[in-house]
Design a binder for this molecule. Structure first.
Ligand SMILES: [Zn+2]
Length: 442
C-alpha cells in the first residue's frame, strides 16, 4: 500500500510508549500511555525521558481488531500461507487477534491440533492466534469432534466450525449446540444447504448465472439453514453464530431471531459489503468466493444490517490460495480471497465515509463484538487505564491504492488490487509492543 499521510515515532520498540494526541474512537483527543503490556493512563500526559513518544496527531485510536474468520493454511498448505505470514498480514491490517479456521490438513479436531495452532501463533509474537475447533471429525459432518477436550485444552477453544462445509445434518447440529452450551462455546455455521447449492455452485443464482453458464448458488441455500439453525438455537438455548452472511433474507432471519431473544450473532465479510456479483462477468477467478458475491440489493441489506446491529461483526474469511490453485477456468478455481490487510480500509470506505458507522461503531463491529463472541477477554476492551495495551492507530483520511505485491501474505488472490480506499492502519500494538508500522513489520 502507498499512503499520503506521514506517521512518525521516535523509536521502534521501546517501552513505555506515549501516544500523543490520538482521537479516542474518533472522538475526544487524548494521550495514551502504554506500560508493561497495559494501558497505564489515558488523558493529558507529559512526556518523560523514558517514554517512546509517538505523534498521533490526526489519528484515531481503536482497540486492536479481532477477526473471527481466517484461514492460515498451516498445517498442510504452507505454500499458500503459514501461521507466521498470516499473522504478519493480520498485524498489518490492525488485528491483534484472529481465529484460525479448522479446515487445515490435518483438521483441527483434537486438543493436540488446537494447541499446536495456538503455539504456532505464539511463536510469531505478532497476533494472538486462537484456533477454531472442528464441529465434526475430519469436517465429515457425521461424528462430533473432541469438543470438550478442545475446550479444556491449553487452547481453551470456544468457537467451533466446519467452515468450508455446512453442518447440514440437523441432528448433528442440535447435538453440537447442546454440547458446547456447557462451557459457553458457540457453533459458527457455514450456512449452505448442499442439496440447494452443491460443491460446484459458484455464481449467485440469477439471470447472470444463466447468462454466464456458471452453476447457480441461490440465496435460499443459505437462508434455509440460517432459519433452521436459529430455531435449533432457540430449542437448545445455546449460542449460534452465522459465518459470512451474504443475503438480505439471512439478515431478515437474524433480525427476527434477535427480536425473539435467540442467542444468535452474525458476521459479514468486507467483500460482501462492497463487491457485487456482476464482477463475475469477467470470469476472473479472483472474484470466486463461497458464498458468492451477491447483487446490489443484498449488499445494501448487509450494510444496513451491520449499521443497525443485526450483523454483529466484520470478519474477513481471509482465504489465501497458491497461484496453481486459483489460476484456472472459473469453475475449476479454488474458492476464496485474501482480506486481512484491506479489511479496515474497506469498512472505512463503505461504512464510515458513507456515514453508516462512526469510528466507535467500527470498534464495535471489528473488535468489541468479535472478541465477545469468541470469549477473548484480553481483546476488544475499552481504551482506559488497566486494559490490555492492544491498540491501533488509524489515519481516517489516508488514501491508499491496494498493491497485491506489497502484501505480507504469501498469496496474491487479492480482489482489491488497484482499488483506492480511504482510511489506513498506521500502527498496531500487541500488549504494548509495536508490531507493524504503516503496513510493514516494526
Ligand atoms: Zn465458509
Amino acid at each position: 500500500m502507498t499512503t499520503t499521510t506521514p506517521f512518525t515515532t521516535t523509536s521502534p520498540t521501546g517501552t513505555p510508549t506515549l501516544i500523543k494526541g490520538a482521537r479516542i474512537l474518533g472522538g475526544a483527543v487524548a494521550d495514551i500511555l502504554l506500560v508493561g503490556g497495559r494501558i497505564a493512563e489515558v488523558g493529558r500526559i507529559s512526556a518523560a525521558a523514558e517514554h517512546d513518544v509517538v505523534d498521533a496527531d490526526g489519528l484515531v485510536a481503536l482497540p486492536g481488531l479481532v477477526d473471527l474468520h481466517v484461514h492460515l493454511r498451516e498445517p498442510g498448505r504452507e505454500d499458500a500461507e503459514t501461521v507466521a505470514t498470516g499473522a504478519a498480514a493480520a498485524a498489518a491490517g490492525g488485528f491483534t487477534a484472529v481465529l484460525a479456521m479448522a479446515n487445515t490438513n490435518p483438521v483441527t479436531d483434537t486438543a493436540e491440533a488446537a494447541e499446536r495452532v495456538l503455539d504456532l501463533g505464539r511463536d510469531t509474537g505478532l497476533v494472538d492466534v486462537q484456533p477454531v475447533g472442528a464441529v465434526t471429525k475430519g469436517l465429515a459432518g457425521e461424528e462430533l469432534a473432541e469438543l470438550g477436550l478442545m475446550a479444556r485444552s491449553r487452547a481453551a477453544v470456544r468457537v467451533f466450525s466446519d467452515d468450508g462445509h455446512c453442518v447440514d445434518d440437523a441432528r448433528v447440529m442440535r447435538r453440537a449446540l447442546e454440547y458446547v452450551k456447557a462451557f459457553g462455546g458457540v457453533i459458527s455455521q457455514h450456512a449452505q444447504d448442499p442439496r440447494l447449492a452443491d460443491r460446484n455452485a459458484c455464481c449467485h443464482e440469477s439471470e447472470l448465472s444463466g447468462r454466464l453458464g456458471l452453476p447457480g448458488w441461490p440465496g435460499i441455500a443459505e437462508e434455509s439453514i440460517v432459519a433452521r439453525d436459529v430455531m435449533l438455537a432457540r430449542h437448545t438455548g445455546s449460542r449460534l453464530h452465522i459465518a459470512h452472511v451474504s443475503t438480505a433474507g439471512s439478515v431478515e432471519v437474524v433480525r427476527w431471531a434477535k427480536r425473539q431473544g435467540i442467542d444468535v450473532t452474525a458476521e459479514v465479510t468486507p467483500h460482501h459489503l462492497l463487491l457485487t456479483s456482476d464482477l463475475l462477468a469477467s470470469y476472473d477467478p479472483v472474484f470466486k468466493v463461497n458464498p458468492p458475491l451477491r447483487p446490489e440489493e443484498d449488499v445494501r441489506a448487509l450494510r444496513e444490517g451491520l449499521a443497525d446491529g443485526t450483523v454483529d461483526a466484520v470478519a474477513t474469511d481471509h482465504a489465501p490460495h497458491a497461484r496453481h490453485d486459483k489460476e484456472h477456468a472459473f469453475v475449476d478455481a479454488a474458492f476464496g480471497m485474501v482480506g486481512l490487510e484491506t479489511s479496515l480500509p474497506v469498512v472505512s470506505d463503505v461504512m464510515v465515509q458513507s456515514g453508516l458507522l462512526d469510528w466507535a461503531g467500527v470498534a464495535r463491529v471489528m473488535s468489541v463484538n468479535p472478541a465477545r463472541i469468541a470469549r477473548l477477554g484480553e481483546h476488544g476492551q475499552d481504551l482506559v487505564a488497566g486494559s490490555p495495551a492492544n491498540v491501533i492507530l488509524v489515519d481516517p483520511y489516508a488514501v491508499t491504492t491496494v498493491d497485491r505485491a506489497m502484501s505480507l501474505s504469501l498469496s496474491r488472490n487479492n480482489p482489491w488490487h488497484g482499488r483506492t480506499l480511504t482510511g489506513a492502519v498506521m500502527a498496531t500494538y500487541l500488549r504494548g509492543r509495536l508490531t507493524v508500522r504503516e503496513g510493514r513489520l516494526a
